[in-house]
Write a protein that binds this ligand. Sequence first.
Ligand code: ZN
Length: 308
Amino acid sequence: MNHPSSIRICEVGLRDGLQNEAAILTTDQKVTIVRALVDAGFKVIEVGSFMHPVKVPQMANTDDVVKAIGEIPGVELRALIPNKRGVDRAIACGCKKVKLNVSASRMHNIKNLNRTPEESVAGFKDACDAAREAGIAISGSISMPFASPWEGRTPVSDVDSIIEAYMNVGITEISLSDASGMAVPYQVNELCAHVREKYPQCTWWLHFHNTRGLAIGNILAAMDAGMTQFDSSFGGLGGCPFVPGAAGNISTEDVLHLCEEEGIETGIDIKKVIELSGTLPAMLGHGLDSYILRAGRNKDLIAAKSEK
Ligand code: ZN
């Protein structure tokens, strides 16, 4: 199995996690978390989104969070945007990195937006032009590139045609986002190998939810295909606490623990992340879906045994 010497992790808990929470964190609380993440070593952090504040009130203070933090050299603070309006907000608050999203589920996209995923991406051209003009880096994500609850397995040709639509508007940094938590490792391995070979000019992020317990397996399968950039969420945030069976993103400390045990460099201090995730239950009012938070690291067990 292919074993990368290092990987990059983007912490997405502040966006993908908090957007599902009943509790709305204040700008100060979010800024404190971002600073703690930077202190732990994160170089890429998804701080929030510029969605409509009425639709996603948890993210309404993203502009203030970005303004309060300002620029941190060597750290990329990215925000999810729906369209060009998101770029306008990024310009206004000083955000230097934005990410667009489209669903690879044709039925989902057509039902919701009355257009195909490719038409949606083509419609992003004005957002891309505005971002480029303002010196803002722009990337794209594809939700459900592996499977969707409506159509089952996503045809690879559908994923290809969305990637090509992104490339047509000048986007070459693309995230494959298993938002439905339906991806399985061999499929992940095949799709990752396929897109890397077919689109060598692109860089990739993988984003897995642990809805069915397969996220770590999917990360390993993606690594085996040469992928080295992954999203994760501290404390495994991301599941809606009111929806039975919903689970969050793969927990950051679980990914870091895998890397610690396998000798894969991340540049992130796992102990600081565990400490930070440990503050979440009190802040959010519920428990978390994180193996390492529950069970601790292998290394902690060994240290405790050798002290006796
Ligand atoms: Zn997600």
